[in-house]
Design a protein around this ligand. Structure first.
Ligand SMILES: [Zn+2]
Length: 231
């Protein structure tokens, strides 16, 4: 205990009263000096407030007993919640298992978990059959494993496995058409490139011819003498 009054306490009425004010709820608490007219000893005042349940008297945020117990309750609740969450984490596995079981009982698909029943296989087969071209062209239009699974209300992995076993590759007409378009465009681009090269070769030859013709003309002019130069 120091000889000086902790920063959160102050003397009042010439030192016969020591006052503490809670930083949080602003409530005051006072101590009357036992000596009456004498200034209370600082360490005695400090002890007095500590015994009454005050904390943080030497700092900037003193707390009254009511606020201290409020904070302790909050801390305790936080600890309980953390512990409860930890406990919940341990039981998450069984909960997931139970949800899978309940979905199964309710007739809902559980992707990647449940085995297909015979009726599931027939349902998936019919759904793919409706969307898959007979001549092995793949799915019609823009259909995919996903669109078929979605409209049939079954997991995509079921559609994938039945389609692989019974139908063919996961292609569709739209994709084939795009592929064909791309091939056409690529071919056109290659042709244009070739044409440009041919044109460049022709242009080079033509300019060579022109240069050659120019030289011959100059020689001719020279041979004809000054008269020709005046032409
Ligand atoms: Zn308080």
């Amino acid at each position: 205990m120091s000889r000086r009054l902790p920063s959160a306490l102050e003397f009042e009425q010439s030192g016969t009263v020591v006052r503490a004010r809670c930083h949080y709820c602003r409530k005051n608490d006072t101590m009357q000096s036992s000596g009456g007219r004498h200034r209370a000893p600082p360490e005695e005042a400090h002890k007095f407030f500590i015994h009454r349940g005050w904390t943080g008297l030497t700092g900037k945020k003193p707390a009254c007993p009511a606020c201290v117990s409020k904070f302790r309750a909050i801390k305790a609740r936080e600890r309980e919640e953390k512990a409860a969450m930890k406990e919940a984490g341990k039981t998450a596995g069984p909960v997931v298992d139970r949800v899978v079981q309940m979905r199964g009982e309710a007739g809902l698909p559980t992707p990647g978990v449940a085995e297909m029943s015979r009726s599931d296989r027939r349902k998936v087969f019919r759904a793919i059959d409706d969307a898959y071209s007979e001549d092995g062209g793949g799915y019609v239009g823009g259909e995919t494993d996903h669109t078929v699974a979605l409209s049939a209300g079954v997991p995509v992995c079921w559609v994938e496995s039945i389609r692989e076993e019974e139908f063919g590759p996961a292609v569709n007409e739209d994709a084939r058409r795009l592929e064909a378009d791309l091939a056409t465009i690529t071919a056109k681009a290659r042709k244009a490139e070739e044409d440009a090269l041919a044109a460049a070769t022709l242009a080079e030859e033509a300019s060579k011819d022109a240069a050659e013709w120019g030289k011959r003309f100059s020689r001719l002019q020279a041979a004809m003498g000054p008269k020709a130069a005046r032409l």
